[in-house]
Design a protein around this ligand. Structure first.
Ligand code: G4P
Length: 534
């Protein structure tokens, strides 16, 4: 059944109130600040600054977090749940640095929408564009927040044009800024005909919003200086003429993004954005799976692992698998089937990630993210169900763009390297290839920084210094095809063959020409740059 006003299916209220989303942005645009204000208005923290403070405390526990701090990037992703009005928000954090794009891609498979934060003075930056492209691949609905309006920023039309042209998406203003920089007084709410004024005196307070009856309401002049009011009227009129109106379906299809203007640090525009996610944002969506897709309102519980984080607590070698629930009502202690191994798993200590801490999840619903501590059984791409053999699809593994040989700095400890690398491979932090000929490992990543993070984590978590050295290969492709043909190919190309951490066969080379030639000479074989995680 469809709700006639929103065209969304009618879901049980507990599921319908859930909004699971991520924030994407170029570093420094204000993602952390905005997250913090979300938590503040969601009642999850009492004062701004707590998230950062907690962040610091966590970082001191491990060296690689120190690297994160030094470089101002976020290498680990986590999930946070909090209530806002009648909604339950699940905010999934994404690493901002492009070297971790694979992790980000997988994280985005677990959300139903994304908020794109841009800096009002800088517009669409390189990382915004890359992350946006990933959202586009999944047709994710996108809400845009143009931040730092309290500073000198670009002309509003120019910002909107840039998004439309650069990202090929229609933009509709949900609010319109009044004045710029020091003259910025607030926004006109285009969707609700209200005036929202910024309180510069208290950064954590939201000034009262003023209900007005359209742009000719005399009340406007009481709050907005005359020259800004004339400009506002003119601009809003132009915007209504030139820009598309808000249309729920186009937004849900990912072809239209509403934009809010604000200042996260001043808490301005944040609540309107949160209202927007709640009111227009998609409810938990259908999950693609084989042999059939999974609807959120199915009574049986199912979910999939989109991220594994190891050694969250260095004292215990535990791993936490982040599971997005695709359907049903989960209760603590439930037995779910781990579809890949066909084994039952009692989920006795699932965690919900609340901003203040992790907490035992007594129950959870479709759309929620729960963490399941485990000893390595759960891998990225795994599906959990109440017994049915469903496999969630669309969680890819990308061929690495950089390959390097990895050697233990201390030959006495070489055998530990195997274990360490496998663990990081399962976490999705790197691809690990064992060449058929010769010893050692070849490690593949998407960005150079991942090598540095790996080296420091292996040393930190396993007490094992390692060296990364240039490899003779630069590309890797997964090989598939009829068994006999693959075997024949492997035996005549041993010097180029390796097995990945799942045991799958990989062809490595430094020449694209080789790959083209094999595809031409062996039409039965497929060389692919992505592999479905399963
Ligand atoms: P990120 O997570 O996207 O990397 O950005 P983050 O929130 O850390 O913000 C980057 C910088 O921009 C921070 O300044 C932050 O205070 C500032 N900022 C965020 N929102 C606004 C805003 O609405 N207006 C203005 N003027 N600045 C904003 P910083 O100096 O790097 O850090 P801090 O010392 O302020 O913490």
């Amino acid at each position: 059944m469809l709700d006639r006003t929103s065209n969304q299916p009618v879901l049980p209220p507990e599921i319908a109130r859930r909004r699971t989303f991520a924030i994407i942005s170029h570093p420094d645009a204000g993602k952390t600040t905005l997250t913090e204000k979300f938590l503040l208005f969601g009642g999850a923290i009492q004062m701004a600054g707590q998230v950062r403070a907690k962040g610091e405390a966590r970082r001191t526990r491990s060296d690689f977090m120190q690297m994160e701090k030094d470089r101002g990037i976020s290498v680990s992703a986590s999930a946070m749940s909090f209530d806002y009005r009648d909604f339950r928000f699940n905010l999934v954090d994404t690493p901002g640095h492009s070297d971790f794009s694979e992790d980000t891609y997988r994280t985005l498979t677990a959300v139903d929408a994304a908020i794109m934060v841009i800096d009002g003075a800088k517009g669409v930056e390189s990382q915004t564009r890359k992350l946006f492209e990933v959202c586009r691949l999944r047709d994710l609905p996108i809400l845009t927040f143009c931040n730092k309006m309290d500073r000198e920023s670009r002309d509003t039309f120019e910002i909107i044009d840039e998004i439309q042209e650069n990202l090929a998406i229609d933009v509709t203003p949900a609010s319109w800024p009044i004045g710029v920089g020091r003259d910025f007084v607030g926004c006109y709410d285009m969707l609700r005909d209200r005036l929202e004024l910024m309180d510069r005196a208290d950064r954590n307070r939201v000034a009262e919003s003023i209900k007005i009856e359209g742009l000719d309401d005399p009340k406007l002049a009481e709050h907005v200086p005359a020259h800004l009011l004339d400009q506002l009227k003119e601009e809003v009129e132009m915007a209504r003429e030139l820009l598309p109106p808000f249309e729920a379906q186009a937004f849900l299809d990912g072809t239209l993004t509403p934009i809010w203007f604000g200042s996260a640090i001043n808490s301005f525009g944040v609540k309107e954005l949160m209202d927007g996610i709640g009111e227009f944002g998609p409810q938990p969506q259908v999950t693609s799976a084989e042999p059939r897709q999974i609807a959120p309102d199915e009574t049986k519980v199912s979910g999939f692992v989109f991220k594994v984080q190891a050694n969250m607590d260095p004292k215990h070698r535990d791993r936490v698998a982040f599971v997005r629930l695709s359907s049903g009502h989960f209760n603590r202690g439930m037995k779910l089937t781990h579809v890949r191994s066909k084994k039952p798993m009692a989920i006795s200590s699932p965690v919900l990630f609340l901003a203040s801490d992790r907490e035992l999840a007594e129950e959870a619903w479709a759309g929620d993210i729960i963490g399941i501590p485990n000893h390595g059984q759960l891998r990225i791409g795994d599906t959990l169900t109440e017994g049915e053999a469903l496999r969630v699809t669309g969680i890819p593994s990308f061929a690495p763009e950089l390959l390097q040989n990895c050697r233990a700095g201390d030959p006495m400890k070489a055998k530990h390297l195997d274990k360490a690398l496998m663990q990081f491979a399962e976490e999705g932090a790197a691809k690990v290839f064992k060449p058929m000929l010769g010893s050692g490992f070849i490690v593949g990543v998407v960005g150079q920084l991942q090598f540095e993070v790996l080296a420091s984590r292996i040393e930190m978590e396993y007490g094992l210094p390692v060296r990364f050295e240039p490899s003779q290969f630069t590309s890797a492709r997964w090989v598939s095809g009829p068994k006999d043909k693959v075997e024949k190919f492997v035996s005549s190309n041993k010097g180029h063959i390796a097995h990945d951490n799942d045991g799958d066969i990989v062809y490595m080379t430094r020449l694209q020409w080789d790959i083209d030639r094999i595809e031409r000479d062996h039409p039965d074989l497929k060389l692919t740059a992505t592999k479905e995680m399963m």
